[in-house]
Design a binder for this molecule. Structure first.
Ligand SMILES: *Cc1c(COP(=O)(O)O)cnc(C)c1O
Length: 480
């Protein structure tokens, strides 16, 4: 492991090309001002740059290789959209600027809302939520207040066992009680089971569509009818809309509330903790409940409407992550309707191609056809003492990122693979070839897998400790 910048800069020599400052020194006399100097590393400029370039080169990222992380849509996002988001006219704005001076920015937000309404067949969208799970929470708050105003005391939210993990969490955070709807042997909702579970206490059916098995609910029309007949709402988790663009408009198949992940489908990278956006769309009767402020257009002038009696209020400071909106809008305008549909077609084609190949060597519980992703199982390798974790770790030795593993929970030893629409056939073939090779290794030399990864900067970490008690600060002591 390489030394930290603190270790490298402990007794180091500074070297920089900046002239000495020539401003008079002003002594700040503030309460809480530290008495001693900060113990910062001292290091020359070139060594500093080398240190961080070395660290960066150890990282794996989408610009380095394929990233088949199921449900995360780790695709190539055009750099030109980043450049547009960085234009000074956007990047230099202040959220307190007068509406008159930021008409262009408001127009962009308004147009993006309109575009999302058109793409999804919804009546109105808010851009405010900062992530997918945040959108889910906002959507559930809308449902809660809607039933409160109707004086209906509905407390249960039905969540299929094929839903994304954040769904039941959002339900609980909002004060509802989740109730699991088991899927059938095809991995889909069984309308008869749903009918049994739905009752006067049901507020919402929260549907991940396509579900986490990458499957589209074949009985969606029946499903929606059952829920609506009971006076409840259907919420669609549309984080993986790259499977449906231009093919399905959720509003037209009865979805009442939905969210999107702009940082998956619409040209902002997902992951890394950067800014995201989880816009929420609703059908007409729910429009008044959307968060404020809302961007509205009156007589060619755009403004932020700050008050609405039924609104759930604010869910974000100001109005959301504006730079993400710029990228999404640029992406939508560049591709147009035909291009967006092609995104979905390629996502589906790539996933089915890879599923056919990989299911030769790994167990496929739900044969599909799939949408944007699929789930195979490593359980056929158990006979050789090898588990899915070992497959994932061995992939790293081949210079590939591992898929999502052990999710969804309804597939034993799950490997959830999303090739995404931007990978070409040669890349998919290489990934499949490596998966085949690893399955062979499992049979012929399983210890290779059990010891993997052999080539990475660190080997197997204690994952529980890494998540629960990470050591994030340098203690000042030399490491052994
Ligand atoms: C990614 C994802 C989410 C959560 O989105 P975040 O932005 O990570 O909060 C929710 N549902 C589905 C189906 C997803 O794929």
């Amino acid at each position: 492991m390489s030394a930290t910048i603190f270790e490298k800069g402990k007794n180091g020599k500074s070297h920089s090309y900046l002239p000495p400052h020539d401003c008079p020194l002003e002594k700040l006399d503030l309460p809480g001002r530290r008495k001693s100097a900060l113990d910062l590393p001292v290091i020359g400029e070139q060594d500093l740059i080398r240190h961080y370039v070395e660290l960066a080169s150890k990282n794996y990222h989408i610009d380095k290789g394929m990233y088949p992380l199921g449900s995360c849509t780790m695709k190539y996002n055009p750099v030109v959209n980043e450049e547009l988001a960085r234009l000074e006219g956007f990047n230099g704005l202040h959220p307190l600027q007068d509406e008159e001076d930021v008409q262009g920015a408001l127009e962009l937000m308004y147009n993006l809302q309109e575009a999302l309404c058109e793409i999804c067949g919804m009546s109105a969208f808010t851009l405010q939520p900062a992530a997918g799970a945040h959108g889910e929470l906002a959507g559930m708050m809308i449902a809660r207040d809607y039933f409160r105003d109707r004086r209906e005391n509905r407390k249960t939210v039905l969540v299929p066992d094929s839903a994304h993990g954040t769904n039941p969490a959002s339900v609980v955070t909002c004060g509802f009680t989740p109730r699991t709807v088991p899927s059938n042997e095809q991995g889909l909702i069984d309308p008869a089971v749903l009918e049994r579970e739905t009752g006067p206490d049901t507020a919402v059916l929260m549907l991940t569509l396509p579900n986490t098995l990458g499957l589209f609910e074949r009985d969606i029309a029946r499903v929606v009818e059952i829920v609506h007949r009971a006076g409840a709402l259907v919420y669609m988790d549309g984080a993986n809309m790259n499977a449906l663009l231009g093919i399905v408009k959720p509003g037209e198949i009865g979805m009442d509330i939905m969210h999107l992940n702009l940082h998956k489908t619409f040209s902002t990278p997902h992951g890394g903790g950067g800014p995201g956006a989880g816009p929420v769309g609703v059908r007409a009767p729910l429009e008044d409940y959307l968060p404020v402020p809302r961007v509205v257009k009156e007589k060619e002038r755009f403004s932020l409407r700050q008050r609405a009696d039924k609104s759930i209020g604010r869910v974000h400071p100001w109005y959301g992550n504006f730079n993400v909106f710029v990228k999404a809008y640029a992406y939508i305008r560049t591709l147009g309707a035909a291009g967006l549909r092609e995104v979905a077609e390629n996502a589906i084609l790539n996933a089915n191609y890879l599923m056919k190949k990989i299911s030769q060597w790994y167990y496929l519980k739900y044969p599909g056809p799939c949408m944007h992703e699929f789930v195979v199982s490593g359980k056929n390798l158990k006979d050789y003492g090898v588990r899915t974790t070992d497959v994932a770790k061995r992939l790293l030795d081949y210079g590939l990122h591992a898929p999502t593993v052990y999710f969804p929970l309804i597939v034993e030893e799950a490997l959830m693979i999303e090739p995404v629409e931007t990978e070409k056939k040669e890349t998919l073939d290489r990934f499949a070839a490596v998966m085949e090779r690893i399955a062979e290794e499992a049979r012929e030399n399983p210890s290779l897998l059990l010891e993997a990864p052999l080539t990475t900067p660190v080997r197997r970490l204690d994952e529980a400790a890494a998540a629960r008690s990470p050591e994030l600060c340098w203690s000042g002591e030399e490491r052994k």
